[in-house]
Design a protein around this ligand. Structure first.
Ligand code: GAL
Ligand code: ZN
Length: 687
């Protein structure tokens, strides 16, 4: 059973509610700050994230600081005991820095130095940039580190991207020298660089990937991604060093984006005290709310699993975004639902971008709690206030976790490798979508899942799913084998076990180092168009009891069984009769190899069967969840909190049967048939 984690803020052991606060845009009208404090109290907000883009307001000229406005803001916030997540301002640099130190500006893949402007665009190697961060961050830590309601250090903002300047090239070469023991032979072998005469004979020949240079050496591209991750971590470490030194007891974090895969978030997560992320789904678009909600749940599950503890929802919009093709209004109830969805999966906060709309600038029409007409009478304000009220009843949920029996591998390095690979298909390779599709049956059944990378432990799971594990890094095959031999059940798929960590193909028949474990040899992979259905038929009397034929498209492995047994075979194409789904028993465990990209009917039948066979705990036991409704839970070993979330537009009936709960919001007992309104939620407690 899970135990309770300490709250992120010991002084405020409550759900944090509030968000990005930019009083620096209102320095000329400080009465707005007083108004903000009043409105925050009225909206049941207890937290702000302050100063994210305030560098120029804090340091208008190099070395000349002005903290007067921020001092005043802190004074006002302290009166309401407002938790302050204080940001370091590295997300947007002031013009004076760019002018005096152009090396802090990024150089793009075409080797063009960028002009000053925008944000999130510093050179992550530049010693000047790091030093300027160190100076201002030191000032901030010294001045505000003892604020009694300090939340977390919010370092920089949404790290992303890459820089190709000379400093970065030199750092990349140094990083490669370390990685390949100063041995060019090793590097050339790893990159298979005799191909097209790409052999490197001098470290200075090496350049980062570029559309006007090298894009075809996949080992180079993957190493470049690794370097960018490394350099981001170095930059983060430099920015956080003064915080760690001066305020060692305060948690340090940086905010992640949704499914951004340019840098390895898993690697970055290991240096954070708490994970936080920014979620911006576009509800009511043509893809359907439930599909989108399922994808968002997947990311939440990943963020919780990263450090195996509660995380923070650092940003979401209380209403719309301003940069999507259509910025549709969230339907009534959806905002509350979205916030509770985060909490359901392990968030101990619902924080927004943004508290108040600025009068000008790119984000003046981005949703905010307080609109241009700053009244409390808006639909958005009222819904935020209502959510605050609900969160106020969830103190008991803070710090709790679910017991998770299913692990699903989504690995960033594997993503890069698949993305970079040339063949067997070069459009819509569907790696993350495939991971989503393997998560869907669990979302539908109300079974929590940890979304993990290959570096995290596997042994706590009863079921481990590794879709499209194209790259098998050193140690991973051994770890998977130990997991299976110890009694685990592993599901893997087509496009698995093709290359090593530098994209060199395995030579013993795919799935390479997993071949013995899977008991199959994937001789070739066909790629029918996604909608070009290849029929697959279960083998009569198969061990899983699969009875219905299903359709495959997109990827079809041409498999041979070594030691595995076929559970289903292709019934179409020239590979008719070849195995399409197999099972192999190894030690005390079982391995399923899914040879084709299958329809939802298969996903549902196959995983429902595994959920049953492995006795995986469903949040609401055998209560049937209606379509587009999910349920998940958190607990501390004594109390269990169940969240039932409906992504249906209309009312849905749910039969809780004889399970009896207390409705957390009304404290009334609840059971039997209940009606969930459109976009409605239920928060239940069972002792
Ligand atoms: C985030 C960013 C915020 C704000 C928001 C708008 O990615 O961190 O500063 O721009 O998007 O949705
Ligand atoms: Zn650079």
């Amino acid at each position: 059973m899970p135990s309770r984690h300490d709250p992120v803020c010991p002084h405020t052991p409550r759900m944090l509610h509030g968000g990005d606060y930019n009083p620096d845009q209102w320095v000329a009208t400080p009465e707005v700050w007083e108004d903000d404090a009043r409105l925050m109290a009225e909206a049941n907000c207890n937290t702000v994230s302050l100063g994210i883009f305030a560098w120029v307001a804090l340091e208008p000229r190099e070395g000349q600081f002005d903290f007067s406005w921020m001092d005043r803001v802190f004074e006002i916030l302290e009166k309401n005991r407002t938790v302050v997540n204080l940001a370091t301002p590295g997300g947007a640099k002031p013009a004076w820095m760019a002018q005096r130190y152009p090396e802090t500006l990024r150089v793009d893949r075409f080797r063009r130095r960028q002009l000053w402007g925008g944000r999130h665009n510093h050179c992550f190697t530049s010693p000047v940039f790091r030093d300027k961060c160190r100076i201002i961050n030191t000032e901030l830590a010294e001045r505000y580190g003892s604020y009694p309601y300090f939340g977390v250090w919010h370092v920089n903002n949404e790290y992303s991207g890459e820089c190709h300047c000379d400093l970065c090239q030199a750092a990349f070469r140094d990083w490669l020298k370390q990685r390949y023991d100063h041995d060019l032979e090793k590097l050339n072998h790893a990159w298979w660089s005799r191909f097209w005469s790409h052999t490197i004979t001098d470290w200075d020949h090496i350049e980062s990937p570029s559309p006007i240079g090298e894009m075809g050496v996949h080992g180079l591209t993957i190493d470049w991604h690794r370097f960018c991750t490394h350099q981001t971590i170095e930059c983060f470490n430099a920015e956080s060093a003064p915080l760690r030194e001066l305020t060692p007891n305060l948690p340090v974090t940086t905010n992640f984006m949704t499914a951004y895969s340019g840098i390895d978030y898993a690697a970055i997560s290991r240096g954070l005290d708490v994970i936080c992320w920014d979620s911006y789904p576009s509800y009511h678009d043509r893809d359907g709310d439930a599909d989108l909600a399922m994808n968002i749940s997947f990311i939440h599950e990943q963020r919780r699993a990263m450090l195996n503890k509660p995380f923070l929802l650092m940003e979401c919009s209380p209403s719309v975004q301003n940069y999507k093709p259509f910025c549709k209004l969230k339907r009534p109830g959806v905002h509350i639902l979205e916030g509770l969805q985060a909490v359901a999966h392990g968030a101990d906060s619902v924080l927004y971008f943004q508290w108040r709309k600025g009068r000008g600038g790119f984000e003046k029409f981005h949703g905010a709690v307080v609109d241009h007409f700053p009244t409390t009478e808006t639909r958005v304000f009222q819904e935020v206030k209502k959510l605050g009220e609900i969160l106020g009843k969830l103190d008991g949920v803070v710090g709790t976790m679910p017991d998770v029996e299913v692990g699903l591998i989504y690995d960033y390095e594997n993503y890069w490798a698949i993305d970079t690979m040339s063949g067997p298909r070069n459009v819509d390779k569907h790696y993350i979508e495939t991971c989503y599709e393997h998560y869907r049956p669990f979302w539908n059944a109300g079974v929590p899942v940890d979304v993990i990378d290959t570096a995290l432990p596997f042994d706590k799971y009863k079921l481990l799913i590794a879709p499209m594990l194209y790259m098998v890094k050193p140690g991973v095959a051994e770890k998977l084998e130990a997991y299976v031999r110890g009694g685990g059940t592993l599901v893997t798929t087509y496009m698995t076990g093709l290359v090593n960590e530098t994209d060199l193909c395995f030579q013993n028949g795919f799935p390479g180092p997993l071949r013995e474990l899977c008991g199959v040899w994937a001789e070739e992979t066909d790629v029918p168009y996604d909608d070009e259905a290849v029929r697959v038929e279960p083998v009569a009397g198969n061990a899983l009891g699969l009875s219905e034929p299903y359709e495959a498209g997109g990827y079809c492995d041409l498999l041979h069984c070594d030691t595995a047994e076929a559970l289903a075979t292709y019934a179409g194409e020239f590979y008719r009769g070849m195995p399409a789904l197999t099972v192999n028993r190894v030690g005390a465990g079982t391995v399923y190899y899914v040879g084709s990209r299958n329809d939802r009917a298969f996903q549902s039948a196959f995983f429902s069967r595994l959920i049953g066979d492995l006795g995986l705990q469903r949040t609401l036991g055998d209560v049937a969840l209606p379509p587009r409704v999910t349920a998940t839970w958190r607990g501390d070993g004594e109390k269990t909190f169940v969240f039932v979330l409906s992504f249906n537009r209309d009312d849905t009936t749910l039969d809780l049967g004889d399970r009896s709960y207390v409705d957390v919001l009304t404290r009334e007992p609840i059971g039997g048939k209940v009606t969930l309104p459109g976009y409605g939620h239920l928060i239940l407690e069972s002792a």
